[in-house]
Structures are given as C-alpha cells and as structure tokens.
Ligand binder design. Structure first.
Ligand code: FPP
Length: 222
C-alpha cells in the first residue's frame, strides 16, 4: 500500500492525512475483494524497516492501526472476514498487540475472506527466525538435515497454512519487492501501478486482475 505520503505531498496537506486516506482505500478494497468472493488478500501495512521513520509518524501509524482495527472489527466479523497478522508481533506496542490478538481470536472461525495484514513484517527476519527454529529442532534430535524440505520451510514461516500469493499488486510505481514475502512469491505474478495507494480503487484492482487472468503463468516449465 505504497504512496500515502506522496499523495499528501501532491495535495499539499499533512502526510498523516495521506495515511488516513490510505485507510479509506483499504476499507473500499476489502469490501470489493469480499464481494468478488476471493479467498485471500494480504496487505503490507508496516515493514520492519518503517521504524526508521520519524517518531511522530511511527506513533501516528501505531495509533491509527489500533483505532481502525477496533472500529472495523464488528463489520469485518459480520462479513465473516478472518483476520490474521503476520510479522514480528512481539515487538508491537502492548495495547496494539492486545487489539491484534482480540481481532484474530474474534474472527478465527470465520469462513469468508482471509485478510492478512503484514505488520512489523520483514521477509529476511521471517526466514532467519524459521531457520533458527528448524536448527533448534535438528539440535534436539527431532529432525535430521535430510528432513528439511520446502514444505517444512513454508510451515515454519508466519504464513504457515496459507497458499503462496498468485498476484502481487504494488501501488506507487516502485519496481521492488522491498523484503516482502520473498520465499512465498517465488512464482507470483507482479503488477506495478503508478497509482498512489489512496487513489487505488476497485476499478484499478479489477484492471490488475484482468491483466493477471490474461497472463500465461509459468512455473519454470514450458
Ligand atoms: C506506505 O506509504 C504506507 C504505509 C507505511 C502505511 C500503510 C498503512 C495504511 C494504508 C493504513 C492501513 C491500516 C490498517 C488498519 C492496516 P508511504 O508512507 O511509504 O508513502 P510514500 O511511498 O509516498 O512515502
């Protein structure tokens, strides 16, 4: 969900307002994706590198995440959305962590859209932690090095049990993966649009899907 601050800069308004508009864009998209009947949507809300932003912006974002989550939980639950947060959640502020845990518990048995929010997420950290977990199991004698396969690695990631993404949509025009789901996106189709996140609406999502369905997907074969 890239481009909130550039959107605000273009409008000569406070950058924090860009994030507020970003929330509106996210709500619109979740409703749209739910109505289309898609099974999974994962959004990148805060990267492990985003802590390097100013204290004011970081505190604002933490407060915004908690507030939006508390305000939206009822509607999400009523619409059978199942929420899951992926990332180093133990490093999140304690009150936000509580709200996150509550949101995951409340929606755990929902059968509709599985909405995953990557927060304090970094793919290299995720892989490092997974490798450490596996190494510990080998050291304890529970596993042999030969038991380590792609399935075990996938199951050791935050995204355990979730299928690999089919399509990545990056708004804001940057041609990078930015430490996002590096293992999981080995065969993901990439779609980069210059549209800034607050302007990204259902029509842009549909354009991305239309392009995606017209592509011939390859998994390294013919
Ligand atoms: C990236 O744009 C956006 C963020 C770091 C924050 C994204 C958060 C939201 C859209 C709110 C979502 C709310 C919930 C509850 C998940 P940027 O700030 O990097 O903008 P730039 O690329 O123009 O600098």
């Amino acid at each position: 969900m890239d481009g909130n601050r550039r959107w605000a800069d273009q409008k000569k308004i406070l950058r924090l307002q860009g994030h507020q508009e970003g929330v509106k864009s996210l709500k619109r998209l979740v409703r749209h994706v739910g109505a289309l009947g898609l099974d999974y949507l994962t959004v990148y809300a805060f990267s492990s590198e985003n802590w390097q932003r100013s204290n004011d912006e970081v505190s604002y974002l933490m407060e915004l995440f908690g507030r939006v989550l508390a305000e939206e939980l009822r509607e999400l639950a009523e619409n059978k959305v199942r929420l899951r947060f992926i990332g180093a959640l133990d490093k999140m502020p304690a009150n936000l962590r509580k709200t996150i845990d509550k949101a995951m518990e409340t929606t755990a048995h929902n059968t509709g859209l599985k909405l995953q929010v990557a927060i304090n997420y970094g793919s290299r950290l995720e892989l490092t932690q997974a490798m450490r977990k596996i190494a510990e199991r080998v050291a304890r004698g529970e596993l042999k090095p030969d038991d380590i396969d792609e399935g075990l690695i996938s199951d050791s990631l935050y995204t355990c049990g979730m299928p690999d993404p089919e399509l990545l949509i990056r708004t804001g025009g940057e041609m990078r993966l930015s430490n996002y789901l590096l293992w999981q996106q080995a065969y993901t189709e990439l779609y980069v649009t210059p549209v800034l996140w607050p302007d990204f609406g259902p029509e842009h999502f549909d354009q991305a899907i239309n392009e995606f369905v017209g592509r011939q997907r390859r998994w390294g074969g013919d």
